[in-house]
Design a protein around this ligand. Sequence first.
Ligand SMILES: Cc1cc2nc3c(=O)[nH]c(=O)nc-3n(C[C@H](O)[C@H](O)[C@H](O)COP(=O)(O)OP(=O)(O)OC[C@H]3O[C@@H](n4cnc5c(N)ncnc54)[C@H](O)[C@@H]3O)c2cc1C
Ligand code: FES
Length: 251
Amino acid sequence: MPETYLPTVLDNRRLTETVHALRLQSAELARAARPGQFVHIKCGEGNLLRRPVSICRAEDGVLTVVLEVRGEGTRWLSQRRAGDMLDVLGPLGRGFDLSHKNIIVVGGGIGVPPMLFAARAAGAKAAVLGFRSRENAILAEEFRDVCEAVYITTDDGSLGEHGTVAGPLERLLREGGCSAVLACGPRPMLQAAAALAETYKVPCQVSLEERMGCGVGACLVCACKTVVDGKEKMRRVCKDGPVFPAEEVVW
Ligand SMILES: Cc1cc2nc3c(=O)[nH]c(=O)nc-3n(C[C@H](O)[C@H](O)[C@H](O)COP(=O)(O)OP(=O)(O)OC[C@H]3O[C@@H](n4cnc5c(N)ncnc54)[C@H](O)[C@@H]3O)c2cc1C
Ligand code: FES
């Protein structure tokens, strides 16, 4: 059974207008965390549910999460300061299978942070990161520290290549030498990455996002449709995922 921890916030760094990186001190969480897993954080004192946030980094007794303010819960989290204590359940879910060589990680928007944890752990061959525009770009330097090559795309062309992650990803797959694609981001991006990987016969794993309740497999709020051995099967994103083999996802 996953445990609840009460880590202290070490610092809260603003990465963009709406995105914050929180470093939490917790030797237990940092030791147990695996790339692709998430934590379920209680946001405030009221009736608010916990909010799922991916693990971006876990080392030296410190867990880093990166969150984008979307509503009440993430706004509350973005206002935490050094010394505040959080109520954190986790680490939760099944993460990425990193038993491949020459991995390409693909991240879009707020799906980028968990891919840094995966890229670091796998020593990724390349990272392909997509953002709406230059102002929304995050963590590019951190990826350059751990990947052989980093490709950035923006929807408006204000940074890197104009367009989506599909452009650089297809070029990398066409060049060959890659044995797995791992992706997290908006669903259309995941679907495009999965389709390209299938075309080039490279296994692909995708991290799905669904609204969550309990986070531990009990309430079924996060159910999603998958296909296993040719049969449709409802799976829980929180417990059976959030990472699934792309060929099992019903888009
Ligand atoms: C496994 C997992 C990992 C995640 N990792 C991160 C992360 O690393 N960083 C990060 O910023 N966010 C992450 N999210 C999304 C984050 O959990 C939601 O943005 C957050 O729960 C919104 O809560 P809120 O109270 O701020 O907003 P709410 O008031 O609850 O909602 C605000 C808006 O966000 C939408 N929304 C709420 N929850 C989700 C969700 N789970 N998926 C898609 N849209 C949602 C709502 O429909 C609404 O439009 C993750 C979600 C999942 C399921
Ligand atoms: S959130 Fe309750 S089963 Fe997944």
